[in-house]
Design a protein around this ligand. Structure first.
Ligand code: PSV
Ligand code: MN
Ligand code: MN
Length: 388
């Protein structure tokens, strides 16, 4: 087991990226409940993200979704981030909200629609150049509702062509993350439904194409830590979209539904040394806070990942390896469970004190008066939200 000092150093160095879209209004397909004080533009989303970072100390970057976060001057947005002690993270193109994309984007049977989607991917690489972002994070809603609707094989060929054009446009220090999702919005077939499909396309493209694992995008019962371990072993785990699911892509707070699964995932990360910055795994959240206030929900989510990480760091690796070698089934399992059942809150309070932040980030945020300030100060204008 790593000594306490090493564990604390790893926790202090950990970084978790929050998504710009989690700060805006969102909802289910039935209703978006508007909240007061919600940001009205990407600049204000960054202001709120700076609060999450200020109270956790480990969330200094923000992912953008284009066109939700479209601005005239991305360098100015980057400068605003910098002035807040933040940086701009992954750029997520959006090819799922325009009427032309009814039958898909880069897999659409109509070449004109494919060209439009392709141009948007390239525009997003231009934005990466302006913001200094290193990751083009791709998710495609493309798929079919009915058997026979389109050719499964030809759609894969169109996908390959579009990914190739985007990949070839990336700079040396930029990479592509390819996310998969087993269903929704398409119900019969999805063009990138699983990690295997994503992995195969990444292998075709080259080393800077990697798989993105969104924890909400699997069938119930899927062993996500196996996928993580496999991809890590092949150098193709690009990053995560963390969230919780009870049923499908629920986008609830990470660690809320199944903290044990989160621990098992972080155990594979720690075991592989992938917490290190040099491993280049992006730990991002992808969540929607429909009922709960957004900033404290994001703080809670960051803390949940941090708690799972702390427990994973406490696994006694030597004892685990020994028990595994000896075929000691119960002993090996007990090593993992001992770490999982440890109350890491006192350790994390110490880590925060070492970072000069309050040991109880949620309480400190509530005391800060920021929530009241944004409710009073953001009365005019249109709040940001899905599609805005
Ligand atoms: C799709 O369900 C997804 O997980 C993708 O990452 C999108 O970019 C994001 O959600 C939009 O909310
Ligand atoms: Mn996602
Ligand atoms: Mn999702």
């Amino acid at each position: 087991m790593a000594d306490r000092k090493t564990v604390k150093a790893a926790l202090t160095a950990q970084r978790i990226e929050t998504p710009s879209w989690a700060y805006g209004n969102s909802g289910t397909r039935f209703k978006t409940f508007l909240q007061e004080g919600v940001p009205r533009d990407p600049f204000e989303k960054l202001d709120d993200a700076a609060q999450v970072h200020a109270f956790t100390g480990i969330a200094p970057s923000v992912a953008l979704h284009i066109p939700w976060d479209r601005v005239d001057d991305y360098a100015a947005l980057g400068a605003h981030a910098e002035s807040l002690g933040l940086s701009l993270g992954a750029i997520n193109p959006n090819t799922f909200q325009e009427d032309e994309y009814r039958l898909g984007s880069i897999c659409n049977p109509d070449p004109a629609v494919r060209r439009k989607a392709q141009a948007h991917l390239l525009e997003c690489v231009d934005i990466m150049d302006a913001t200094g972002s290193d990751a083009l994070s791709l998710w495609f809603a493309d798929g079919l509702n009915y058997p026979g609707q389109d050719s499964l094989v030809e759609r894969q060929q169109r996908l390959s062509e579009a990914l190739r054009a985007a990949y070839d446009r990336l700079g040396e220090d930029q990479r592509m993350l390819l996310e998969y999702k087993f269903f929704e919005p398409a119900f019969y077939a999805t063009d990138v439904p699983d990690w295997g499909t994503s992995y195969a396309h990444c292998l075709d493209l080259g080393e800077r194409a990697q798989v993105l694992v969104d924890t909400g995008h699997h069938a119930p019962g899927t062993n996500i830590e196996f996928i993580v371990a496999f991809l890590l072993g092949r150098g193709r785990l690009g990053g995560f979209h963390f969230n919780s699911r009870f049923y499908a892509d629920d986008d609830l707070m990470v660690g809320a539904a199944d903290p044990f699964q989160l621990f098992r995932i972080m155990h594979e990360i720690v075991r592989a040394g992938a917490l290190e910055e040099s491993a280049n795994v992006a730990f991002m959240l992808d969540q929607c806070h429909n009922l709960e206030p957004k900033i404290p929900a994001l703080i809670r989510s960051v803390l949940n990942v941090q708690e799972a990480t702390a427990k994973a760091l406490l696994v006694d690796g030597d004892a685990l390896a020994g028990a595994q070698r000896e075929g000691d089934v119960l002993g090996a399992n007990a090593v993992l469970m001992d770490a999982y059942n440890t109350d890491v809150r006192p350790l994390l309070a110490e880590v925060r004190e070492g970072m000069g932040i309050d040991p109880d980030p949620i309480a400190a945020y509530h005391r800060s008066g920021y929530a009241e300030k944004i409710i009073a100060g953001r009365k005019d204008g249109t709040p940001a939200g899905w599609g805005a």
